[in-house]
Design a protein around this ligand. Sequence first.
Ligand code: AMP
Length: 211
Amino acid sequence: MSASRRIILLGPPGAGKGTQAELLAENLGVEHISTGEMLREEVRRGTDLGRKAQGYMDRGELVPDSLIIEMLGGRLGEGFILDGFPRTIEQATALDRLTKLDRALLIGLAQDEVVRRLTARRVCERCGLNYNLLFHPPQVEGVCDVCGGKLIRRNDDNPEAIRRRYRVYQAETAPVKEFYRKRSILAEIDGVRPIEEVFRDALDTLAGSAP
Ligand code: AMP
């Protein structure tokens, strides 16, 4: 069987989608595409899209489907791991028209663990690299190991926005699971374990036959 090369990662905020997408993309030799990171880059550059998206992001709401779909159109090549997209049924339907997916991998995490993790998350304001004070701290407090940039808290990693993001996930994104379950490409793994363990499980799951 040929390995999966067109993969989406689903799961609540803080489940480790970004971290796992990075590791999987390197291992499988495919591109890592994060719509959240693309949007934060637009905000950093002060583009028209960035200005439109920023308010939604800071409040922990979803950016309108039309903006996201337009931003992503044309970015998808032969092999990719999509992290943070699709987040609504409308996005899943649009993606269906753009490409044929091999697998949808759901990383599960309960709400109290989501809050605990996101409160401890830090991100480099210069290069965007993620850290977590609980299980992946920087070598020097407040400084990025790789580029020396300052580590900050994301605007949307405050208690109010975290709670809203989890609610939005339950209401808007959880139905996307069923969308892929019906197509028989959904697999679920438990995200509450150490990074390396989740990664092994993800690789094994993606290497196996469709569930
Ligand atoms: P993330 O980095 O994936 O947690 O995304 C951060 C924020 O960007 C989200 O809370 C949304 O406001 C926005 N965002 C990212 N991806 C999407 C998407 N596929 N649809 C709508 N909004 C998104």
